[in-house]
Design a binder for this molecule. Structure first.
Ligand code: TXA
Ligand code: MG
Length: 318
């Protein structure tokens, strides 16, 4: 692993290199958001299609005006409530924001991360950092420095910041005028946003920006995954699949020879979700059986990630 100091990370970023950095959600693959060559290195390292825009990480709310042409009161209210933290706001972009970062969209995605190492880096470098999750396209997101290296290789420098405490990617909210829409669920759930916004999200229209990275096959282990709505259905299936592994919530009642258990509350389960999937993937099972978490708002983001992880078996050709 190529672990580097914060000073070295700043030097590399200012020179237009990419550096993997910790955030409270997942590790990001960061580069100077105003440097076209540096941005191109992100897309190349991730093998990410150019039509999938990047989130720009900034040090504080005061920097929004450097990137967004509008900062509506509703967006300010959300930023005040949730920044620094796992909320990304999609706002109309200033004309000079790199079209590569925006992937040609008229909007820019902004977030102030809550991780102290990331915040110090943003403050000390003075840069806005474009940073998608530090994994190859469609693969599992990293929540440790080891995950970054095992996914992207030894040559990617990593700034160590421990295991990510939120554990899944930020909630993405698009704000236009007085309206908001949820583009990607995260641990700040729709009910929490509605409570602060004082209003429910509007229904998507033709004008609603999409989160273009939200294709179904995403966040995937290499091992095929299969989602089950009940433990009994899972147990039944496992009986005929001796080489299966399983991801389960709550009580430790064995289902396969390779079970990984996540806590029965959403925040702790999210914190450990990707590490559990990395572990299960490394077990080289024939299939990973996944118990679906409850269909309640607090579990929405986990359900979303698990549905995407399991998508490949349902339709290989999509
Ligand atoms: O928690 C996170 O958000 C992590 C950490 C590193 O901050 N980052 C992350 O980045 O998850 P990434 O690239 O894996 O996902 C960013 C998502 C993509 O689905 C992308 O389509 C969407 O944000 N996005 C970025 N800019 C957008 C825009 N202008 N309009 C709509 N969606 C946008
Ligand atoms: Mg990602």
């Amino acid at each position: 692993m190529m672990l580097i100091s914060a000073a070295k990370a700043i030097e590399l970023l200012q020179r237009g290199e990419v550096v993997a950095i910790p955030t409270e959600t997942v590790y990001g693959l960061a580069a100077d958001a105003r440097n076209e060559l540096a941005i191109a290195k992100i897309y190349a390292t991730k093998q990410r299609p150019a039509n999938n825009p990047l989130i720009v990480h900034i040090a504080s709310m005061a920097q929004v005006a450097d990137w967004a042409s509008e900062f509506p009161p509703l967006a300010q209210t959300l930023a005040q409530a949730f920044w620094p933290g796992p909320l990304t706001l999609v706002l109309p972009a200033r004309a000079e924001v790199s079209a590569t970062v925006r992937a040609g969209e008229p909007t820019v995605a902004l977030r102030v991360p809550a991780h102290p190492v990331a915040l110090a880096l943003l403050n000390e470098s003075g840069l806005g950092l474009a940073a998608p999750s530090a994994n190859k396209y469609t693969q599992l997101s990293p929540t440790t420095a080891e995950h970054v290296t095992s996914g992207l290789g030894q040559d990617v420098p990593v700034l160590e910041g421990g295991a990510c405490q939120v554990g899944i990617e930020s909630t993405i909210v698009s704000v236009h005028g007085d309206d908001w829409q949820l583009l990607r669920p995260g641990m700040i759930d729709a009910e929490m946003i509605a409570a602060v916004a004082g209003k429910l999200p509007t229904q998507p229209t033709a004008d609603t920006p999409k989160a273009p990275g939200q294709h179904l096959l995403h966040y995937s282990p290499r091992t095929p995954c299969l989602l089950f709505e009940s433990k009994s259905a899972m147990r039944h299936y496992a009986a005929s699949k001796p080489a299966a592994a399983a991801l389960l919530f709550g009580d430790e009642q064995p289902v396969t020879l390779t079970d990984v258990y996540l806590p029965n509350d959403p925040a702790h389960a999210a914190e450990r979700l990707y590490a559990a999937l990395h572990t299960l993937d490394a077990a080289q099972a024939e299939v990973i059986l996944i118990e679906s978490p409850p269909a309640t708002p607090a579990w929405d983001a986990l359900r979303d990630r698990l549905q995407r992880a399991a998508y490949q078996l349902h339709d290989q050709n999509d």
